[in-house]
Design a binder for this molecule. Sequence first.
Ligand SMILES: Cc1ncc(COP(=O)(O)O)c(C=O)c1O
Length: 404
Amino acid sequence: MKNNRSDFPIFSHSISRKPLYYCDNASTTHKPQQMLDALYAFYATYNSNVHRGVHAFGETTTEHYEHARTSVANFINADSSEIIFTSGCTESINAVATSWGRTVLRPGDEVVVSQLEHHSNFLPWQQLIHTNGIVLRSIPVLPDGTLDMAVAHSLITSKTKLLAITHVSNAIGTHVDLMPLITQAHAVGARVLVDVAQSIAHQRIDVQALDADFLAFSGHKLCGPTGIGVLFIKKELHEVMPPYKYGGGMVFEVGQVDATWLQAPQKFEAGTPPIAQAIGLGAAITYLLEHINFDELQQYEARLCARLIDGLHELQGVRILGPLDALKKNGHLVSFVLDRIHAHDVAAYLGQRNIVVRAGHHCAQPLAQALGYDASVRASFYFYNTIEDVDALLEALRELIQAI
Ligand SMILES: Cc1ncc(COP(=O)(O)O)c(C=O)c1O
């Protein structure tokens, strides 16, 4: 697979001019020149606010902003009105919990999550225990890091009002078999939110095929800028959901004590939106569609994971987390723990060699508790990674383990 590294200025500006072994794509991805050019063009040539000025600049900006929305909608097979721009995946999920959750959920209603969730798809629902009296159920993980599907099916009942589930675990890379869970949730009349923060950059996502009611992700994990997120809300839910924030750009009419709202998406986008970031995200999606074959990408990343897993098996005192056979087929990240060296020390040592990995609980403490580790080292790949990245990582680990 072509790695397209020459499109990414960061690889020619790496720290101290040393090669950069960037293996932290699950945190954030690098940015291609084409996306940076789109940001520059906005600020340098037509910068203005959206949906307001009737001057030509405002119209151009609005056109680009709405074009970005259409690009996102086409990318996930949604309608443009179903795409809400937020500041990130975290805000997208919080928006659903605040607007839909607080309005619709009653004491005793159940929300089902899983032990794989990133905190941003756990804490907003946990808060509803206190505000709405909901009951939060969590699908447990098995020791191999997959979900216990038998328990999952028993947790989704007529009391379930929402299944809020990750597609791919950011901490250990597990892919969740979504369809059986979504089908069952819908059969009992529940809504479904899918957190695709970790899958959207690595495989094609189709909201209609998934039949998700809500879908959330961040732009910065797919070559877009920070500060932009996407919330897909199925059209049939637009009416029942009140705005989750209030201000300019979203009102139809304002009276002394009440107001009426524009239709979605404006209803959910109070204030000046992240204009440059949305345009940047649109450009990033165009870049990916023009340069990346997603089927090849998944196989390529899985090969990098397989090489890393096989290499880690040869080292002393390394525990690799997650479903290893599956990661070798479809993974983009590998998480592991060294017996005698704390994950933070490992990451710091690797960092000195310009090998960038992430260490910690990866904002998934319930998972770390369930699997019995407090911090892991995570290497995560994208199309611009190479076998040399994996080998540099393995070589450094070998030396570190020998030195201890
Ligand atoms: C699975 C998952 N969900 C949600 C998030 C939150 O994304 P953000 O911090 O960009 O809002 C992340 C970020 O790592 C993630 O991996």
